[in-house]
Design a protein around this ligand. Structure first.
Ligand code: COA
Length: 246
């Protein structure tokens, strides 16, 4: 536990829990620093990350007490934005388990994950304009990509907060399960990911994150590397030999 982030080792993934329940897991500078430390580690160790929050909340946003004191230079430094970009770019998949409130910066952290699983109490949205600021840590581009411009505009411009069913219908979460089952589903996904070729998984994530203009060249370049890999040959041979012995 450091900086409000509890990090636990699991066999197939790392579980990180935002753990400032008395402040509804509001994301302050210490938490951002702890997330950067975790990223530095996962960039080297290349493990799947499951991120969640404690006390029945994912995160009620950036810490408003700190936010109030921030000035133009802090905005330009992109304190949360850079951290969430780094999480988004982690080599292996990031799975967010969203219980309760995921608001403001908490929602933007969730948008930075590759896969999101909600619980029935999920309330996700971006109330930033009500505080006199914009959602500058990913919502204006990622939410639009995930749910489309119409719904993203309602969330961002009219402060609409989505419940679990609405988030599921919009494709913002891929499933809604009770908290324990949601964590179990995340673990199940991490197990499934661990059985796949990590090089292919990482290449797929790089291609998924690339801008439209990078396709299809990036896909071809990634595939060219994988076509030369012994692991590809081994996996395909195993499949063909298994079929031959049927
Ligand atoms: N930043 C700083 N502190 C926060 C916070 C945030 N984003 N969200 C909650 N807290 C603090 C509260 O100030 C309170 O602290 P206190 O006990 O020292 O007074 C504590 O967390 C509990 O919050 P409270 O509002 O009493 O809990 P609740 O369960 O009644 O309501 C929320 C939960 C999430 C609806 C409510 O806390 C809220 O609206 N938070 C702000 C959401 C927001 O605007 N986020 C966008 C930020 S960019």
């Amino acid at each position: 536990m450091s900086g409000g982030l509890r990090v636990e080792e699991r066999e197939r993934f790392v579980l990180a829990t935002l753990d400032r329940p008395e402040k509804r897991n509001a994301i302050d500078q210490e938490l951002i620093d702890a997330l950067h430390r975790l990223c530095a580690r996962l960039e080297v160790e290349r493990r799947t990350l499951v991120i969640t929050g404690s006390g029945g909340t994912f995160a009620a946003g950036a810490d408003i007490a700190q936010l109030r004191e921030r000035r133009a230079t802090d905005a330009l430094a992109g304190i949360n934005t850079r951290c969430f970009q780094r999480i988004r770019a982690l080599p292996m998949p990031v799975i967010a388990v969203l219980d309760g409130y995921a608001l403001g910066g908490g929602a933007e952290l969730a948008y930075a994950a590759d896969i999101r699983i909600g619980t029935p109490s999920l309330k996700i949205g971006n109330p930033e304009t009500g505080l006199g600021i914009i959602a500058a840590a990913g919502a204006t581009w990622r939410l639009k990509e995930i749910v489309g411009e119409a719904l993203a505009s309602e969330v961002l411009l009219a402060g609409r907060v989505l419940g679990a069913d609405e988030a599921l219908a919009a494709g913002l979460v891929s499933d809604v399960l009770e908290p324990e089952a949601a964590l179990a589903r995340a673990a199940e996904l991490a197990d499934r990911i661990a059985a796949l070729d990590p090089a292919a998984t990482q290449a797929t994530k790089r291609a998924l994150l690339a801008p439209a203009s990078a396709h299809p060249e990036i896909d071809l370049a990634e595939q060219a590397v994988l076509f030369e890999s012994p692991e590809k040959h081994r996996r395909m041979t195993a499949f063909l030999e298994r079929k031959a012995t049927r």
